[in-house]
Design a protein around this ligand. Structure first.
Ligand SMILES: *[C@@H]1O[C@H](CO)[C@@H](O)[C@H](O)[C@H]1NC(C)=O
Ligand SMILES: *[C@@H]1O[C@H](CO)[C@@H](O)[C@H](O)[C@H]1NC(C)=O
Ligand SMILES: *[C@@H]1O[C@H](CO)[C@@H](O)[C@H](O)[C@H]1NC(C)=O
Length: 337
């Protein structure tokens, strides 16, 4: 519509010029072609910029010389994962596995005890980035099929395709992956499982555990410049699970809890959480029950909704700290350099 109008308008002006052989159709076609060319150029520019970011990140990773002498604090364990759910193959919101690994390098430079659950193909990269901290790195080769919630894959797909689930569902309307990719929800919901596994195996014999998403920071360097982490305002609260809380606040959504799995809200991000062994294991046991209930009542969603529902049932197990997505090192690090 817009194109036709502008074609006519331009043609109107052109008519006063002595180029009378120009036909309306030709002009419209030319305009359509130039529009298509600009769209293509825009897409090319965008993909060039993505490519450039990837290239810069690759060089940054290749130039990593490894860790020097130990200077950090090692009485807590950071747990993370980088598993492939085929996102590079998606038609929308697509991001290849390598891009994610390159995002992850900034977190891997943290001088802390770290447990990494990773795809076989990602292991060499983790080893490269953790050179010099072999004794403070535990790599657990894992694929999505090893996760206990993977057994719900078909049931999740069935729920996602059901009319009851699709009805009045903001996530479906916005085509968000949590509403149509079972593997995405399986992976997100499995963070507590991976934490429970780490607590059980406890390779570094610590009492305090911190989950950080492999892509935490989304390629931005939100980590301490000196790569050291001396947590503050965390260890004192080991008997509760510390989570970040975004606006409008978790409490403000409580009356919507019945339809929370159909709403696009991000009040309780899952990119970071922390606590002592007891509380995090207890939380996992409750989540296992919750996900079972979801499967039998036709509900599916990612971990954020699960944490919120667990909070409404057991508020004393949680400690919510007002923040935005990537505020962890602003809030919980005693060194600001
Ligand atoms: C770790 O060590 C620091 C410094 O000794 C101490 O303040 C902190 O409480 C310890 N944290 C845990 C979880 O043991
Ligand atoms: C992506 O697609 C390719 C080619 O179709 C396939 O070989 C590969 O297994 C897929 N990756 C994942 C993780 O599903
Ligand atoms: C968490 O790990 C412990 C120790 O291995 C295990 O006994 C427990 O069943 C796990 N929790 C759940 C909910 O599976």
């Amino acid at each position: 519509m817009v194109l036709e109008i502008s074609a006519t308008a331009t043609f109107g002006r052109l008519k006063m010029w002595p180029i009378s052989s120009f036909k309306k159709k030709t002009l419209a076609a030319l305009l359509a072609i130039s529009l298509a060319v600009s769209v293509l150029l825009f897409l090319a520019l965008q993909s060039y910029m993505n490519w450039q970011k990837n290239a810069e990140d690759s060089i940054y990773a290749m130039s990593w010389e490894g860790f020097g002498p130990e200077r950090g604090l090692y009485n807590f364990t950071v747990v993370t994962a980088m598993l492939d759910i085929g996102r590079g193959n998606w038609s929308e919101q697509s991001r290849p596995y390598n891009t994610y690994l390159l995002y992850m390098q900034r977190m891997l430079r943290l001088d802390v005890n770290m447990v990494v659950f990773v795809e076989p193909k990602g292991k060499p990269f983790i080893e490269w980035m953790r050179r010099g901290r072999e004794k403070r790195t535990h790599i657990a080769v894992t694929t999505i099929k090893d996760l206990p919630y993977y057994r719900y894959k078909d049931r999740m797909a069935e729920i996602m395709n059901s009319p009851e689930y699709k009805k009045d569902n903001e996530l479906v309307a916005k085509k968000l992956c949590e509403s149509f990719v079972p593997e995405y929800d399986i992976l997100q919901l499995s963070k507590l499982y991976l934490i429970n596994r780490t607590i059980t195996e406890n390779p570094f014999q610590t009492k305090f555990f911190i989950w950080l998403d492999g892509g935490y920071g989304h390629g931005e360097d939100i980590y301490p410049k000196n790569r050291l982490w001396f947590p503050k305002n965390l260890f004192e609260f080991a008997d509760r699970a510390t989570f970040l809380e975004r606006t409008p606040g978790v409490k403000n959504l409580e009356e919507k809890q019945k339809i929370l799995h159909k709403l696009s809200v991000n009040a309780m991000p899952g990119g970071f959480f922390a606590g002592g062994s007891k509380i995090l294991s207890a939380l996992y046991a409750l989540q296992v029950q919750l996900v079972e209930e979801w499967m039998s009542s036709g509900i599916v969603d990612d971990d954020q909704t699960a944490y919120m529902l667990l909070y409404y049932k057991n508020p004393t197990m949680f400690r919510l700290v007002p923040a935005d997505w990537f505020d962890v090192f602003k809030l919980f690090n005693s060194e600001t350099s």
